[in-house]
Design a protein. Structure first.
Length: 195
């Protein structure tokens, strides 16, 4: 998700805190049901969402450029940092800030230091993530809710939980078969692996 999207989500969440309309209650109920159906459960989803929000807040306090360039995903308190930054210290700062958040048990640093990027590359990344999420959603042999997808510079990063190695292989195959994909990196936990 883009930095602007994260800003809008944060603003929307803050606006809804005091709201007590039926629509909000129904929406919250639906979101709760979806989170509860994930392998990590409702408390795990809430914990990961809080971790992501706290790291994003720290990145934004650091400076807007770092916040805008670094993507944050958390699954079972394992944090994946992705993005492309221009300076090595931006990469190091992001990792340092992620470790400051209570409850984080692992930080996976996939931030690249590069001058690459631009509008066309960003458009390709958005296209890849959107196409992959759609393919996972319609594949009846994949429980798509258990997967988080992030694409940076043509690299697809997967996080989450696979019910079996066969399911994960299907997810990875969907990713590899998309245009513009350079490589697929998986941080998905399979079956009963320790989490």
């Amino acid at each position: 998700m883009s930095a602007i999207g994260r800003c809008w989500m944060a603003a929307a969440a803050l606006a809804l805190v005091g709201c007590s309309t039926t629509g909000v209650a129904v929406g919250a109920g639906a979101a709760t049901a979806v989170a509860a159906s994930e392998e990590r459960g409702l408390s795990g989803a809430v914990s990961d969402t809080a971790i992501e929000a706290q790291i994003n807040a720290l990145l934004l306090q650091r400076d807007f450029e770092t916040f805008r360039k670094v993507g944050v995903k958390s699954y079972e308190r394992r944090v994946l940092l992705t993005g492309q930054v221009q300076r090595p210290e931006m990469r190091l700062d992001a990792v340092r800030l992620a470790w400051q958040v209570r409850g984080v048990k692992e930080v996976i640093n996939e931030i690249e230091v590069t001058e690459a990027g631009g509008t066309e590359a960003y458009a390709h990344d958005v296209w890849i993530s959107t196409q992959l999420r759609s393919k996972l959603l319609i594949d009846k042999e994949i429980l798509s809710i258990n997967y988080s997808v992030e694409t940076v510079g043509g690299t697809v990063y997967l996080m989450g939980f696979a019910r079996s190695s066969e399911e994960l292989a299907r997810v990875e195959a969907h990713a590899r078969n998309l245009g513009y994909v350079r490589r697929v990196v998986s941080y998905v936990r399979v079956g009963n692996e320790d989490g």
